[in-house]
Design a protein around this ligand. Sequence first.
Ligand SMILES: [Fe+2]
Length: 309
Amino acid sequence: MTTVSEAPTSTAHIAPVAGHIGAEVTGVDLGTDLTDQQVADITAALHAHKVLFFRDQHIGHAEQIAFSRRFGSVTPSHPYDDAPTEFPEILAVDSRLYEKRFGVRKFSYTNHWHTDVSPLINPPAASLLRAEIAPERGGDTSWTNLAAAYAGLPEVLRTFVDGLRAEHRFGGRQPAWHEDSDYAKKVAKAPLITEHPVVRVHPVTGERVLFVNPGFTTRIVGLSPRQSDAVLKLLFDELSDPAYTVRFRWEKGSLAFWDNRATAHLAPSDLEHLDVTRVLYRTTLEGDIPVGVDGAPSRSIAGDQFVGS
Ligand SMILES: [Fe+2]
């Protein structure tokens, strides 16, 4: 464990929990006004460890939004949110809502590895997810470090993917919802599609990040469908290698804060047979437009920038 601030009222303890990603943060009460030093410490830890875990933070929506806002502009909950809470910035990840929304029993939007809302021209810079109701067993979330996944590729493959671009489409290749649902109609009416570099350069750390994900990336631009599928399969296998991942067990009051520019995450799929409820609340920070190794930015095919306040 390392202590990154010596001030007695603002000491954040950062304890890495897996080989490539994740750190548990203690010594910070998210329900209070953070000092500038605490914000700086948490920001540095976020960029170093990609996902931070906080425990026993019994805060409400207003406190979650206030905490989020110390790190950037907070966006509305989601481009397609159809069950808003009284707080427009809060997205409910509520198992009780999914059956109604998608027409299928689920505990999250998708059970594929994904980076939140990557089909936006400016995907969120970060996401914060707080558990309100956690099942007694199961329901863990996993994250993977996309910078480590890129760095782990042999040089010949890094050079190859550096020059590629890929299409990200909301719904991906296998939409999670029933095709007759209102949600499907809403997405079809206002699609979100963006061409991103396959390797983006992180604007803060300068790291190269393997910016594709099975949840939203539909094809590699310029390849045949067969070639594209083969390349994406290789990349998806790499980024979901357990070596680059960390897994988090939720309890009421747990909060995860991840760098959405350098990670993908995986919702649980081990609860469908259990009669349990899982409720979490998400906020997202406004993101920038990704830039590739060649300096070329992403290109919107459908959809506008998603901005916060
Ligand atoms: Fe997500």
